[in-house]
Design a protein around this ligand. Structure first.
Ligand code: PEP
Length: 252
């Protein structure tokens, strides 16, 4: 059985008081489910406070980004060991906003994944194609290139600590969701690529999340697909009530 992971990516939202209120409401309604892990990724200044609030309930905290260097003259950046000092144990890497708004490329993302693993942080490694790439029939080649850039730098043991998130860029924050069939097709491809690098046993154990306008009214259908093992959620994760509904998905 693979671990299912429902993760909240708050992006640059929720200040201190909103974080307090969110966790108060979340914890009031949260019941741990076997085989389902829950992760919340607030902005960096609140990581330590989020760990304090969430840990007693078994909810894990992720950073939204980090730099690959250990320390030095990188104004405004935070390192993997600094993230780890906050108590966070996950880090989102390669999110489409990092790739397309902040210009991160595959090589930088591969270095970040490696640095995270070296510091015992589990990367939530995001991949996904742009709309024009999908329309040009390039989804498979884009996703393959993004995956290979990272997978070629890892061994099997390291890979087992990686969570992959397939997030078609055209579905992020747009209200357009990939159909379960569209998502499943890419998830199957992703697992096949992982199998090609590390063998079937590793491939079967890797959690592959879907991200892109996951909401209470589509989560059940998406989670019913064989190779979809969780969700990385932006908009619908900001309110505790809606996030709770996602955590309580019903995969049939
Ligand atoms: C995301 O930011 O990773 C995301 C999937 O956002 P949304 O759920 O809002 O589409």
């Amino acid at each position: 059985m693979r671990e299912n992971i429902i993760a909240a990516n708050w992006k640059m939202n929720h200040r201190a008081s909103e974080l307090e209120q969110f966790f108060q409401q979340l914890l009031a309604g949260y019941k741990e489910r076997e085989g389902v892990s829950v992760i919340v990724a607030p902005t960096a200044p609140y990581l330590a406070r989020a760990v304090e609030l969430a840990s007693p309930a078994g909810i894990k905290i992720a950073a939204q980004n980090m730099h690959f260097e250990a320390s030095g003259a990188f104004t405004g950046e935070i390192s993997a060991s600094m993230v780890r000092d906050t108590g966070a144990r996950y880090v989102i890497l390669g999110h489409s906003e990092r790739r397309h708004v902040f210009g991160e490329n595959d090589e930088m993302i591969a270095r970040k994944v490696k640095a995270a693993l070296e510091n015992k942080l589990q990367p939530i490694f995001c991949i996904g194609e742009l709309l024009e790439q999908r329309e040009a029939g390039k989804t498979e080649s884009v996703v393959t290139t993004q995956l290979n850039a990272v997978l070629t730098t890892l061994n099997a043991e390291e890979m087992l600590d990686v969570v992959v998130a397939y997030e078609p860029v055209w579905a992020i924050g747009t209200g357009k969701t990939a159909t379960p069939a569209q998502a499943e097709e890419v998830h199957r491809l992703v697992r096949g690529i992982i199998r090609g690098h590390f063998g079937d046993e590793v491939a079967q154990r890797i959690t592959i999340q879907y991200g892109g306008s996951v909401k209470p009214d589509n989560v059940d259908e998406l989670m019913s697909a064989e190779n979809i093992d969780g969700a990385l959620v932006g908009g619908a994760s900001l309110k505790a009530e809606s996030f709770l509904r996602l955590i309580n998905f019903n995969a049939g």
